[in-house]
Design a protein around this ligand. Structure first.
Ligand code: N01
Length: 549
């Protein structure tokens, strides 16, 4: 479902550059994937054009301007590694950078590599059709452009197709409405306003404390509580920055070999073997560290054993109850699914916010949402009146941005229809029947279970190497064999089946979109293992792919 104009903040249309009729590669999206792709393709002597819906670079960080927006990977780790000089020059300010700081970084990169001259802004890609006779793609946009290209790279991001909830009366509200992923560039002043917010995922958890501090009253509508850790954000010290800059090369290698794209200590003990004292100490240390991966790697069986996970769950419940004063509110904030099976959050004062007099939590499990009305939100218990409603209701994750484009491969087969029972890819990079279509961090790759910057760079490097391989050998197409794809999909499912992930109704499973097939989409085997597999495939002449002259 796309965002309706009434709640989106459409950018003013930017000056557009001329669009060439034919290029070697079309890239869709000018976020961190598209920017790096453009840089690499150009360096390889290829012509490329990037279509970007927004009016500037930055992708997710261009759109998600809601109050409190930050990344939950540390700034010095959430940055490109491909240019050591860039690493040394850019000065990160905070441990967890704000959206404006990350967007400033993206802009800095665009300037540094003069990227904007090959990016067509304010332009949404609407269709891409493969011509089997010509072995080329024809790409169309909402601005009337038609470009033919040999290679098509979807750098559209995993969390970019914002989603409104399926609630009756959504257009009836007469006040202001905003979606966290389409926040107005000029910001929103909540002073003196009665605000309702629907959604308590990462976007809700980050924005709720900031909105509460400003609004007259904030009412939070929660369907599923989040697990959230205090971020313990702070200014970076000069020594910290210098220390990382001195050891960046070794750190980058460790990132690439790690499980989540963030080096951590490797757990050695089962939570069930640890004494209660050891467990409490480990959980407390993770909580105090302000790092999600530290929590997720406390014990070997945290992600795979229900009993082990329950120990962490109970510990976090106790923490929530120790912070939130009202016992009923505290209970309502305690999640019942295994820790880590929905994306956990990092917050600044989230649970404490519920101790404020001007904040109310509505538990939609006890008081289901009925409709949006002209004046506010009606639950089965009552109507709540608002001046503003904020939708922090997330995304059609991982597949939405791909299937929203009318992509047609061999025989005119539509990608959306081909994936109607769930996405099928080989390595999360390509899909059978769609030659020379590459996807960056697609389903079947670690993507959202990793530090995205690490996974993005790995995919972009791999794709550009594959293209170079074809070019050097005078080959024209590459696409996964159906057999290799089937085996990979089975492998991805097999790994997921050994974890607790499928136990939660998460967007990882497509569960937040009615009718979307329930398939665990990311590859849960870890960034390091995945990279080894991709490298091996390339070394073996792109094993599992069909390459043709
Ligand atoms: O979206 P979400 P998000 N009625 O899907 C609720 C990344 N991110 O934008 O869980 C009532 O997580 C929904 O309830 P439920 C990060 O990967 C990162 O917050 O479906 N409620 C849920 O509570 C993150 O995971 C950062 O039951 C409804 C909420 O809306 C991902 O983006 C910051 C509803 C949606 O939560 C998505 O985060 C922000 C309905 N009909 C985002 N429909 C950082 O790096 C939905 N909900 C820190």
């Amino acid at each position: 479902m796309s965002i309706t104009p009434s709640i989106s903040s459409e950018p003013t249309r930017a000056e557009r550059r001329d669009v060439p009729k034919t290029v070697d590669a079309v890239v869709v999206g000018a976020g961190f994937s598209g920017m790096y792709l453009l840089h690499k393709l150009r360096n390889a002597g290829m012509s490329a054009v990037v279509f970007e819906a927004g009016d500037d670079v930055g992708g997710t960080w261009y759109w998600n301007r809601y109050p409190g927006a930050r990344v939950d990977v540390e700034s010095l780790a959430y940055s490109y590694s491909f240019d050591p000089d860039l690493e040394q020059r850019f000065e990160w300010q905070e441990r967890y950078p704000t959206q404006p700081e990350i967007l400033a970084y993206a802009r800095h990169v665009a300037d540094r590599f003069d990227l904007r001259r090959d990016i067509v802004f304010g332009t949404r890609t609407t269709a891409a059709h493969y011509d089997e006779a010509k072995r080329s793609w024809t790409v169309r946009t909402d601005r009337g452009d038609t470009v033919t290209t040999r290679y098509l790279v979807m750098a559209t991001g995993c969390l970019s197709a914002a989603k409104l909830p399926e609630i009756p009366g959504i257009d009836a509200f007469e006040g202001d409405t905003y979606h966290t992923a389409h926040w107005p560039h000029e910001g929103v002043d909540f002073t003196g306003k009665r605000v309702g917010i629907i959604g308590t995922g990462s976007s809700g958890v980050q924005s709720i404390p900031v909105i509460a501090a400003q609004a007259d009253h904030l009412t939070v509508f929660q369907r599923t509580p989040a697990y959230s850790l205090p971020a313990r954000n702070r200014k970076l010290t000069v020594d910290e920055i210098a220390g990382m800059k001195a050891r960046y090369r070794a750190y980058r290698k460790a990132q690439q070999e790690s499980g989540f794209g963030i080096p951590t200590k490797i757990p050695t003990k089962s939570a069930l073997e640890a004494t209660e004292e050891e467990r409490n100490a480990a959980f407390e240390e993770a909580w105090e560290s302000g790092s999600l991966v530290n929590l997720l790697t406390t014990f070997t069986d945290f992600a795979t054993n229900q009993e082990a996970n329950d120990l962490a769950k109970r510990w976090i419940h106790d923490k929530i109850r120790s912070i939130v004063a009202d016992p009923q509110t505290a209970d309502d904030l305690c999640p019942d699914y295994p820790v880590g099976t929905k994306r956990p959050c990092l917050d600044t004062g989230y649970y404490e916010t519920y101790n404020r007099d001007n904040v109310t939590l509505v538990n939609l499990r006890r008081e289901p949402l009925v409709e949006i009305t002209a004046r506010g939100i009606r639950t089965e218990a009552r109507e709540y009146e608002f001046d503003v409603i904020v939708y922090a209701t997330g995304f059609d994750a991982m597949t939405g941005a791909l299937t929203n484009v009318d992509i047609r491969g061999r025989g005119g087969a539509s990608l959306a229809e081909t994936w109607s029972a769930g996405p099928r890819t080989y390595l999360g990079i390509g899909t059978a029947g769609f030659p020379n279509l590459f996807m960056i961090t697609a389903p079947g790759s670690p993507s959202v279970l990793s530090n995205m910057m690490v996974s993005i760079e790995q995919h972009v490097d791999w794709v550009c190497d594959a293209i170079a391989h074809l070019q050097e050998r005078g080959l024209t197409t590459i696409e996964p064999s159906p057999e290799a794809q089937d085996a990979w999909v089975d492998h991805v499912n097999e790994i997921a089946s050994h974890t607790l992930y499928p136990k939660a109704n998460s967007w990882y499973m497509g569960a937040n979109v009615p009718g979307k097939p329930r398939v665990f989409m990311p590859y849960a085997g870890g960034v390091g293992e995945y990279r080894k597999k991709c490298d091996e495939v390339a070394r073996n002449g792109y094993e599992g792919f069909v390459l043709a002259e």
